[in-house]
Design a protein around this ligand. Structure first.
Ligand code: OAD
Length: 251
């Protein structure tokens, strides 16, 4: 049973409520995509400094490429879960007043039907050339066999995944739109994120400072739990469908 406050019910029922959602790896956990900082998370098994930065990539491109290829395989084999689906339904309800900012690179929100998505950390299914910056054709990755070289079809440069690595800036326009959505919303959800990685982790605060009601959905306490207005404890695939029951159309 998920206890939803009267204030949250009011906002969900509001005809002009603007909603902004920030998601993190926890939203995809129940699909079978590992998170980063939980006890079986990726950063418990792998070292970010060896895999998720440009220096590491240039030192050992094959190791880094193979690690991302492994993660792509995992993602191709999984499906969006009830949490992703609930967010797509929430967007359909708040059409034109809903923004989904995600730190996830797995593309599962789009596969669940979400439309207004801002991928602040990129997308693992896209790749571009480190020399000429041209994006590889989508089918290129699908047709790549083990042992094939991940090289640019145009200039022969190294291909890298289109994800934000440690020490890199977030895509500027995507980030600007995310901040604008957080600043202008009435209701902000931070879901399945440890809120440990900035600048994305700062968005709930931006929303709160601009008057939004901020709700966290997470089975665990996080670094921002004490700064939000309401915490709904539980997995997002369980809590989000419960929250949706308070939308007028779902009654
Ligand atoms: P983390 O692994 O840091 O945090 C995952 C969060 O999900 C934790 O707070 C968990 O309690 C929560 N969680 C676990 N299972 C859940 C479930 N079923 N439902 C809801 N929540 C659940 O992942 P992120 O916060 O996304 O960056 O990490 C942020 C960034 O750090 C990632 O985007 C990645 C990483 O380094 C880059 O790759 C640039």
């Amino acid at each position: 049973m998920v206890n939803v406050s009267e204030r949250l019910k009011e906002l969900l029922a509001g005809r002009s409520t603007r909603v902004c959602v920030l998601t993190g790896a926890g939203v995809s956990a129940e699909s079978g995509v590992p998170t980063f900082r939980d006890k079986d998370g990726l950063w418990q098994k792998f070292r970010p400094e060896e895999l998720a930065n440009m220096k590491a990539f240039l030192a050992n491109p094959k190791l880094v490429w193979d690690w991302y290829e492994h993660r792509r395989k995992v993602i191709r084999d999984v499906k969006p879960n009830a949490g992703h689906e609930a967010l797509a339904r929430m967007e359909a309800h708040f059409t034109g007043r809903f923004t989904l900012v995600t730190q996830n690179v797995d593309g599962l929100h789009a596969r669940a039907g979400s439309k207004n998505i801002l991928e602040v950390h990129g997308n693992i299914m896209r790749s571009f050339c480190v020399s000429c910056e041209k994006f590889a054709d989508e089918n290129f990755l699908l047709n790549l066999r083990e042992g094939d070289k991940a090289e640019c079809g145009d200039c022969g440069g190294l291909l890298r995944p289109d994800v934000v690595w440690f020490g890199e800036m977030l895509p500027a326009k995507v980030w600007q739109k995310s901040v604008e959505a957080a600043e202008s919303c009435d209701l902000f959800f931070t879901i399945g994120t440890s809120a440990a990685v900035y600048p994305a982790a700062g968005l709930p605060m931006v929303a709160g400072e601009n008057g939004a009601y901020v709700v966290e959905i997470n089975p665990q306490e996080t670094e921002i739990s004490s700064h939000v207005d309401e915490c709904l404890r539980g997995p997002s695939a369980v809590v989000l469908p419960e929250v949706l029951k308070h939308l007028p159309m779902e009654n």
